[in-house]
Ligand binder design. Structure first.
Ligand SMILES: *[C@@H]1O[C@H](CO)[C@@H](O)[C@H](O)[C@H]1NC(C)=O
Ligand SMILES: *[C@@H]1O[C@H](CO)[C@@H](O)[C@H](O)[C@H]1NC(C)=O
Ligand SMILES: [Ca+2]
Ligand SMILES: [Ca+2]
Length: 357
C-alpha cells in the first residue's frame, strides 16, 4: 500500500513538474482565438474557378507571395529565394534585383517609378529603383521592425505599411497565431521627414493594405481575426476605424484595389477543419508551442485556395476557389489588371492568370 501510494505521488509530482515546465518555459502567453461565426454575410459556396488559371513563369518563381503591375504593364513579383522578378510585355521574365532574403512579402509600385518591398527577414521597408535599393524604415519606436508585411503609397506621398507582429518573426509566425493576441500595427512612413509613425496598434496579424479608389479610406486585413478594417483618411470620420468586412471563411492575406473600386482579397485557410479545438484550449496551445514538431499536424495553411471580390461598401461580390488545391493552393494575393486576375501563392512555382471575362 505504502509503495503504491509513493508511486502515485511520484507520478503526480512528475506530471505537475512537466506541466509547470511547459507553462513557465512556454514561448507564448495565449488567449483564445476568436473563430469566425457562421457568417451572416452571404458568401457564395466554393467553386473551382481558380483551377482555370494559366501558369506564368512556371518553375522559375519560388513561392511568389505578392504581385504588382506598374504603369507600363510590367508585372513584378517577390519570390522566396530573394529575387524580385518581372515579366515584360513581350512575355520574357527578368531577374531584376536580388535582396538576399527568404522573407520577401508585400510589394507595390511607387508612383514616380520603382517598387516598394516588405522584407520580413530583415524587418525593413525598401524602395527599389533601377539605380538601387533604399531602406526606408527598419526601426520603429526604438525597436527593430519584425514582420513587415504589405505596403501601399498614397497620392500625398505617405507610405502605409503593415507589421504583422511586433513579437514574433516570420519563421515562428505560428506562435503569433497560437498566442492569438493583437501584436500587429499599421505604420506610416513620411518620405519628406524620413519618419515612421503609428497609425493603428493592436491588430491581429496586420497583413494586406490597400487604398480606396478616392483614397478616402484605407483597408488593412487582420489575418488572425478573419476580418479587414477600414481606416478613414478623409472626411468627417477621418482618423476613425470601423470593420470593413468580417467573419471571412478564412484568414485574409493581401488585398488589392480593382479598377472598378472594389477589392480583391486572398484568403488563406490557416485553421484545419475539425482541429479548431486547438485554438480554444490554452493548455493545448502551450503544449504545441513547446513542441514545434506538432505544429504541422494542427495549424498552418491547408491545401486550398480562395479569393473574394469585395465592394467598396464591404459586400462580398464574388468568390473564386480551388477547394482541393488541385491547381493552386495557399493563394496569398490577387491583382486585377486588364480583365485578368493575377494570383500569387506561397505554395506554387508560378503566378496564376485567370481571365475575368
Ligand atoms: C523583352 O523586353 C525586355 C525589356 O524591354 C528586353 O530586355 C528583352 O530582351 C525582350 N525579350 C525578347 C525575347 O524580346
Ligand atoms: C475534392 O476532392 C474530393 C475527394 O477527392 C472530391 O470528392 C471532390 O469532388 C473534390 N472537390 C472539388 C470541388 O473538386
Ligand atoms: Ca501588395
Ligand atoms: Ca501578406
Amino acid at each position: 500500500m505504502a509503495l503504491k501510494n509513493s508511486f502515485w505521488l511520484f507520478f503526480l509530482g512528475c506530471l505537475i513538474a512537466i506541466t509547470l515546465e511547459i507553462i513557465f518555459f512556454s514561448p507564448i502567453s495565449p488567449d483564445l482565438l476568436q473563430l469566425p461565426v457562421a457568417s451572416s454575410v452571404s458568401v457564395s459556396p466554393p467553386n473551382n474557378q481558380l483551377q482555370r488559371v494559366t501558369k506564368l513563369g512556371e518553375g522559375l518563381l519560388k513561392a511568389p507571395e505578392d504581385i504588382a503591375v506598374d504603369e507600363n504593364g510590367i508585372l513584378y513579383t517577390a519570390t522566396r529565394d530573394g529575387w524580385i522578378r518581372r515579366l515584360h510585355r513581350n512575355g520574357s521574365w527578368e531577374n531584376w534585383k536580388n535582396l538576399q532574403s527568404q522573407g520577401l512579402l508585400g510589394i507595390s509600385t511607387a508612383k514616380g517609378g520603382g517598387l516598394f518591398v516588405c522584407d520580413s527577414d530583415k524587418g525593413s521597408l525598401l524602395k527599389l529603383t533601377e539605380d538601387g535599393i533604399t531602406v526606408l524604415a527598419s526601426h520603429f519606436d526604438g525597436s527593430k521592425i519584425k514582420i513587415a508585411d504589405d505596403v501601399i503609397e498614397s497620392s500625398d506621398g505617405s507610405i502605409y505599411f503593415s507589421v504583422a507582429s511586433t513579437k514574433f518573426s516570420l519563421h515562428n509566425w505560428y506562435l503569433d497565431l497560437l498566442e492569438a493576441k493583437p501584436h500587429g500595427q499599421l505604420l506610416k512612413y513620411d518620405p519628406s521627414t524620413d519618419q515612421t509613425s503609428l497609425v493603428l496598434d493592436g491588430l491581429y496579424f496586420a497583413n494586406g493594405v490597400a487604398l480606396s479608389k478616392d483614397e478616402d479610406f484605407l483597408v488593412v486585413c487582420e489575418t488572425f481575426r478573419f476580418r479587414c478594417l477600414k481606416y478613414w483618411l478623409k472626411g468627417e470620420t477621418k482618423g476613425e476605424t470601423e470593420i470593413f468586412v468580417d467573419n471571412l471563411p478564412a484568414g485574409p492575406d493581401n488585398i488589392n484595389l480593382a479598377p472598378d473600386g472594389s477589392f480583391w482579397i486572398a484568403l488563406v485557410q490557416i485553421i484545419y477543419e475539425g482541429r479548431e479545438f486547438v485554438h480554444t484550449s490554452k493548455a493545448l496551445k502551450h503544449v504545441i508551442a513547446n513542441f514545434p514538431e506538432l505544429v504541422k499536424y494542427v495549424i498552418g495553411p491547408t491545401k486550398s485556395a480562395a479569393v473574394i471580390n469585395v465592394g467598396a461598401n464591404g459586400n462580398i461580390l464574388k468568390r473564386f476557389g480551388d477547394p482541393n488545391g488541385t491547381v493552386m493552393s495557399f493563394v496569398t494575393s490577387a491583382l486585377e489588371f486588364q480583365d485578368h486576375l493575377y494570383l500569387g501563392s506561397l505554395n506554387t512555382d508560378f503566378v496564376g492568370k485567370l481571365p475575368l471575362k
